[in-house]
Structures are given as C-alpha cells and as structure tokens.
Design a protein around this ligand. Structure first.
Ligand SMILES: NC(=O)c1ccc[n+]([C@@H]2O[C@H](COP(=O)([O-])OP(=O)(O)OC[C@H]3O[C@@H](n4cnc5c(N)ncnc54)[C@H](OP(=O)(O)O)[C@@H]3O)[C@@H](O)[C@H]2O)c1
Length: 237
C-alpha cells in the first residue's frame, strides 16, 4: 500500500485528493491547521487516513512534524504540497502580502526541501507541487500570490534536477480555476469541479508526468490567453 502525505488536506483540492486516494487504495497522512476537519476526515476515511495538525509558516517545526507523521504512516512514497493561500490585495497591504510569502514561499520551500532530502536518502519517492496557471498570467489584485506561484514552479524545477535516480520523480500541477474556497469569494466564470480536477491530478501522478495543467478546459485557455490583446486581458483580470 503506497503512503501519501498531503499538505493542505483540510480543504479544496487537497481534501478531495485525500478522499479519492484513500478510495483508490492509498494510505494518506493529511496536514493543515484545522484540527476539527482532520478529526472528521479520520472518522470518515478510517483506517486509511491519519490527520496531523501543522502550520506551514512555522518552518522550524516542520521537520519534526513531518517525521512524526511519517512514523505514524510507516513511510512516505509520495508527498503532495497542496497548501496555499491567496489574498486579494488591491491596496497592497504589507501584512497580507507577507502572509502569502510566508505560506506559499517559505512554507512551500521548507516542506519541499525536507521531502527531497527524505526521498534522496530513501532512494525513491515522488514530490508533487500544486502551483497555478497564474504563473503564466499575472493579475493586478494578487501580486504576492502570482509571484509565489512563479517561485514554487521554479523551485520544483530545481528539485527535479536534484532528484536524479530511477525511482525519484517531481510533478508540477498547474490548476486553472477550480471550485474551492480559495476562489469562491471572487466572481469567476469557467470554474471546474474539484472532483474532476482531483481525478486528473491523480492520473498525472500515477503516470509520473512532469508538468500538467488541470482541468482540460484550462489547457486550451492557457494557449488562448497569450493571443488576447493586452487591453482586453487587463480588463479581464
Ligand atoms: N482552486 C483554484 O482555483 C486554484 C487555482 C490555481 C492554484 N490553486 C492552488 O491549489 C492549492 C490548493 O488550493 P485550494 O483551491 O484547494 O484552496 P483551499 O481550499 O483554500 O485549501 C488550501 C489548503 O491549504 C492549507 N493551508 C493554508 N495555509 C496553511 C498553513 N499556514 N499551514 C498549513 N496548511 C495551510 C489549508 O488548511 P488550513 O486552513 O486547515 O490550514 C487548506 O487545506 C493551492 O496551492 C492553490 O494556490 C488553486
């Protein structure tokens, strides 16, 4: 039975991945700050889900936390970093920007670094990072979020070069808009259902793909947007 750790398992894409992966026969360790949801998931997905509360911004405690969870699971074959925050910040308030950097950049890098060291030592493993299609198309309301996704993508590419070996893999998932709490506050059209996105992400992981845009409709949109004149694009974003 393959052991998977999902960071950001309490909501949205990560939560749906946890549910679908347990149903596909994986044993899942899920993390997030919301203990109540992790307890609920443990009850619903027993005995193949173990919850572990952690705050990714507390980077100094991350190794201890992840080692504890790995011990409970028995091992770790796959780690999916799905945690992330997006704060619309039209007034460019520093507190909001900083929180995004702490979570999506410092937290992401600390987690990815721990996981890569663990997999290199174990000589097998698969790191999966959820970035975003916004890495290609910045918008004016969430500059920190967009920049953090460029960072995550670039960091994953470096990790891919570090993870040399026949059983070492890195997958980057770039979602377009998926119907989860992170985007529900905004007026967004063309949102894809989260269960469909999770199904496509699991397929990409099992095929050990390098970079995948989800869902399929967003693959098309990714190629249409650069053809859109800048003045229209500015209005849309
Ligand atoms: N939905 C979309 O349209 C979309 C599009 C492109 C990219 N993405 C990316 O996909 C990933 C998942 O997003 P989602 O849509 O599933 O969002 P979501 O429903 O808001 O879930 C975010 C997850 O991140 C966790 N998290 C946030 N801050 C954390 C922290 N400090 N420590 C630990 N965990 C933390 C949350 O758990 P707690 O609150 O319990 O801590 C939650 O489980 C994100 O990286 C996001 O940027 C999403």
């Amino acid at each position: 039975m393959k052991k998977v750790i999902i960071l950001g398992a309490t909501s949205g894409i990560g939560r749906e991945l946890a549910v679908q992966m347990v149903h596909r026969g994986y044993k899942v360790g899920g993390c997030g700050r919301t203990e109540k949801i992790l307890q609920k998931m443990e009850n619903e997905l027993a005995p193949n889900f173990i919850g572990h509360t952690l705050d990714l911004r507390e980077t100094a405690k991350l190794d201890i936390n992840l080692n504890q969870l790995i011990e409970q699971l028995g091992s770790m074959d796959i780690c999916i970093i799905s945690s992330g925050i997006s704060e619309p910040n039209p007034l460019l308030e520093w507190e909001l920007e900083e929180n995004v950097f702490k979570t999506n950049i410092l937290g992401f890098a600390a987690a990815a670094g721990f996981v890569v060291r663990y997999f290199l030592n174990q000589r097998h493993g698969h790191l999966v990072g959820i970035t975003s299609l916004t890495k290609y198309f910045p918008n004016k309301t969430s500059p920190a979020y967009n920049a953090s996704k460029v960072f995550e993508s670039n960091y994953l590419n470096s990790m891919r070069y570090r993870m040399q070996g026949k059983d070492l893999f890195v997958t980057e998932i770039c979602p377009g808009f998926i119907d989860t709490p992170i985007v529900r506050k905004r007026r967004i059209t063309l949102m894809a259902p989260v269960d469909r996105a999770a199904k496509q992400i699991i397929k990409a992981i099992e095929k050990k793909r390098k970079t995948v845009i989800v869902t399929k409709r967003w693959k098309l949109i990714r190629w249409l947007i650069p053809l859109t004149p800048d003045w229209i694009f500015r209005r849309l974003t």
